[in-house]
Ligand binder design. Structure first.
Ligand code: PEP
Ligand code: CO
Length: 452
């Protein structure tokens, strides 16, 4: 039994006494408190059973027995909370996981950056255009993107609207899954209409047929359905950034003697907010959810070892995932000291590669993009570095969409800077489109097979 934090030793509001980075400046504190009070009365989005089930899956991945696929938008937007978008996101995650399952011969744990990925860290509190300075856009949980004074004022009601949309999203995902949408016997459900002609779709279908054939064979031999393959669980993750939001659905569950954040299964903490004496670390240390910590250039050995000590003092399996995001050029040098640092502590962690956030650049006209080759190179190097150090890379964290966007360059279709304007939709970071995401999945599937 791991010792949990007794009820009176930590409180979900304890962070408020500490310095909190990246929090919005609400002009109306009374309205904020009212919204937070209203939110805390609503039912939770997830249960501790699901959270503990995910923690078990992550513990398995830590032992090398599973692989974790995390993916979704950089930031969800309220406008994109539509049936089509949710279905497309589910389809791409399911398709990728099937390819990876096939290539790696390991269970793939699916975690969507969804149902609450509404708050964004920003490099500056204000944005200036033509001499006018306004609060930065911090995601739909906080304010609105158009550059007007009215839109940019942080509005506490958006916290409630965000929670409701997160609930709608999860509700639809759960219904689809319960209704058989994710049944491996019926992968035709996951076809995305517009990709029929794609080479990626062709290779994907070959894999699916081969899986369906082996499933049929297995079931004939066993004389029963192969239970695990019928239902694919999808877990929800978001950056635990907006502490009032996270706090208001943090509950002490008597039957478990522990605190849980019930807005999501898997919150993660960004490096920008991971100060040891800061508000976010204090909040995260008290909850029992499995959690991610982003690490990249600037993360020191001492800082990382202290984070592990504070956030997982009892070395609980499945609790910590370290999501590294160095960029293709820095990963080879930056990652080994961190792997060594973790080994020294003996703490169980899941290593996850985020090959997106260290590879963001701007084109000549100032468009934010990422080059497919850099993304794949960071992934490949990460697999190699872990393997050479006797460590296991057990997950990937991607920004992607099932839509046909043009936000990252390269990939099988060779998108160029000139293509970006055609279908650039992300209000924040550039995402892999369907084909690029499938290509990454196939690379991972091949890579790990080659490494096995
Ligand atoms: C993100 O995951 O969208 C993000 C902002 O990442 P990072 O904090 O690692 O830059
Ligand atoms: Co991002």
């Amino acid at each position: 039994m791991t010792r949990s934090i007794p009820k009176n030793e930590w409180h979900p509001a304890g962070w408020q006494a500490l310095s909190a980075q990246q929090q919005p400046n609400y002009p109306d504190q009374v309205a904020l408190e009212k919204a937070i009070g209203d939110l805390s009365k609503l039912p939770p989005l997830v249960t501790s059973w699901e959270i503990e089930a995910l923690k078990d899956q992550i513990a398995k991945a830590q032992r090398g027995e599973a692989f974790v696929l995390q993916g979704g938008d950089c930031a969800e937007s309220f406008d994109d909370c539509t049936s089509e978008n949710i279905v497309a996101k589910l389809k791409i995650l399911l398709q990728m996981s099937v390819v990876m399952l096939y290539g790696m011969k390991k269970p793939v744990v699916r975690v969507g950056r969804m149902a609450g990925q509404y708050a964004k860290p920003r490099s500056a509190d204000t944005e200036t255009r033509d001499g006018e300075s306004l609060p930065s856009y911090r995601g739909d949980l906080v304010n609105r993107n158009p550059f007007t004074a009215e839109d940019r004022i942080p509005d506490p009601q958006m916290i409630l609207r965000g929670y409701e949309r997160a609930a709608l999203t999860l509700n639809f995902v759960r219904s689809l899954i319960d209704g058989g949408f994710a049944d491996l016997h019926h992968p035709e459900n996951w076809d995305l209409d517009w990709v029929g002609h794609s080479e990626m779709a062709g290779s994907y279908r070959d894999i699916v047929h081969s899986i369906s054939d082996s499933l049929d064979f297995l079931e004939t031999v066993l004389g029963r359905a192969v239970h695990q393959t019928q239902r694919a669980d999808i877990y929800a993750a978001h950056e635990g950034l907006h502490l009032s939001y996270e706090q208001s659905q943090t509950r002490y569950l008597e039957h478990r003697n522990r605190w849980y954040n019930l807005t999501t299964h898997f919150p993660w903490i960004g490096m920008r907010t991971a100060q040891l004496d800061g508000a976010h670390v204090d909040y995260f240390r008290g909850i029992s959810n499995p959690m991610g910590i982003k690490v990249g250039p600037g993360m020191t050995v001492e800082w990382l070892q202290n984070l592990l000590r504070v956030l997982n003092p009892n070395n609980e399996p499945g609790r910590i995932s370290l999501i590294h995001r160095f960029g293709a050029t820095l990963v080879e040098e930056g990652l080994p000291p961190l792997i060594k640092a973790v080994k020294e502590t003996g703490a169980p962690v899941l290593w996850v590669c985020d090959p997106m956030h260290g590879n963001t650049e701007s084109t000549a006209d100032g468009t934010k993009t990422r080059r497919f080759n850099n993304i794949v190179n960071e992934l490949k190097t990460s697999f190699e570095v872990h393997e050479s150090m006797g460590s296991y890379l057990g997950g990937v964290h991607l920004e992607l969409t099932g839509e046909n966007v043009t936000e990252c360059t390269g990939g099988a279709r060779g998108l160029t800077d000139g293509d970006l304007a055609r279908a650039y939709k992300s209000p924040v970071d550039p995402r892999l489109n369907y084909e690029q995401a499938m290509e990454v999945a196939m690379t991972i599937a091949g890579l790990t097979k080659a490494n096995a």
